[in-house]
Write a new protein. Sequence first.
Length: 288
Amino acid sequence: MDKDRVALIPVGTLEDHGPHLPIDTDVRLVSEVCRLAAERASGEVVLLPAVVHGYSPHHMDFPGTVTIKWSTFVEYVLDVCRSLARHGFRRMLIVNGHGSNQNLVEMAARLTVVEFPGVLCAAMFYLTGPRGRATIDRVRESEYPGGIAHACELETSLYLAIKPELVKMKEAVKEIGYPRSEFVWFDFVDGPVKMMEYWSAMSKSGVMGDPTKASVEKGRFLLEAAADEIVEVVRDLRKRRIGKRVDHHGTRKVRGSRKKEVPRGGDFSLYASSGHTALGWCVLAPQT
């Protein structure tokens, strides 16, 4: 097997998606995006089954949600990556389909590289690159911000393109209840300040966005773009150089080290300098 073949890991969750979409929405969408990408780059990737359960405690007021403790989720995804690394995979791509997983899959990817310095592991959400965002802007009819967030125009369109018989469009409702401010807003790309309350405090239906603007045609267009984006990322990851870790401890002598003790309370600072590099440590004890 090509040692630089990319292991493709879809990740989602099971949670409510309003009255019109099934609870498997995040898993089904990301799985289909990755499946199409794997077909287009069949000799360059190995597609894994999706990680079905994710981090959704804020959705637990809605029936159908299954959530995994954040630390358990990170360790689970990390164990998958550890296994792949042990089997010789040097390049991995975690593709996320659930917003609240994002920081956690990024952590799993980083921890994989920390444990296996000869491995590249990356994490992403589909359609978030420049071309992906441009594609969304091209078909979007819902308002911004807020129209594309959860069980929205985008997710409903994608599901219509994949499994239309499971979508109940007659029950789709527009609801944009996330409190918006100058710094905080909720959309496919959020505002600069991140904050998440319990979903039931912001939504009566479970929807956050405008699924009434969804269509099969939009879904097909978005699905194609999402798969193409994954292929591009895979090929970029395959070309990326794997750097060699270098331990710089003891490679040069630290000169001018001195310890300074400060009276009262045992405060002290230790400074070491070498050339233009300075390191400082400071431990503060309560003053008495």
